[in-house]
Design a protein around this ligand. Structure first.
Ligand code: CUA
Length: 186
């Protein structure tokens, strides 16, 4: 077979294909630009609903993240709340106890760099950013132990940074909470 000749018909055909191709590419560029503009305007118009800051320099000295306040407790409103701190390369406390079947509020922050907070087998997945409090509410189902690996690279000890989460029956938790203001399994 011989190669197609550059007849006027062939030239016209290839110009038509190139024209379409350019049109499609131009469309994609317009679409991408549109997405950039939309997300920028959307974010400016609707900033995150709540941002809670905390002073990293006084984290260990005062406030809710002092050592004696870390762990699981029942706050004055009767809610189960976990206070947690992530630091290179451990979580404090590194073993958390929570009751099964009731909403648990997690409040956590970082004392140094960005860490990851994840409870395997649940949809709890957040970042711990120094200067900010990460809050989420989770009802854990099923008594047992789960792991909580740090999933944001935070330095040489990152792979060894993880904690355990023990889900216990509510009655067991209530018993533990009666003798200690903050419960953990450290
Ligand atoms: Cu902390 Cu990775």
């Amino acid at each position: 077979m011989s190669a197609p000749h550059a007849t006027p018909a062939n030239v016209e055909l290839s110009e038509r294909i190139e024209g379409r191709w350019a049109l499609v590419m131009f469309g994609i560029i317009l679409l991408l630009l549109g997405m950039v503009v939309f997300t920028a305007v959307h974010y400016a118009a609707m900033p995150p609903s709540r941002v809670e800051v905390v002073d990293v320099t006084t984290l260990h000295l005062a406030g809710e993240f002092v050592e004696s306040n870390l762990g699981t407790g029942i706050d004055p409103q009767g809610n189960v709340t976990v206070h947690m701190l992530g630091e290179q390369y451990a979580f404090h406390p590194h073993c958390i106890v929570v009751p099964e079947g009731v909403p648990v509020t997690f409040r956590a922050t970082s004392g140094d760099v960005v860490h990851g907070f994840q409870i395997i087998g649940t949809n709890v997945n957040s970042m711990l950013v120094p200067g900010y409090v990460s809050t989420f509410i989770m009802t854990l189902k099923g008594v047992g132990e789960r792991t909580m690996p740090c999933h944001e690279f935070c330095g040489v000890g990152h792979a060894a940074m993880w904690a355990r989460l023990k889900v216990v029956p509510l009655t067991t938790f209530e018993q533990m909470a009666r003798t200690a203001r903050r419960v953990s399994c450290v």
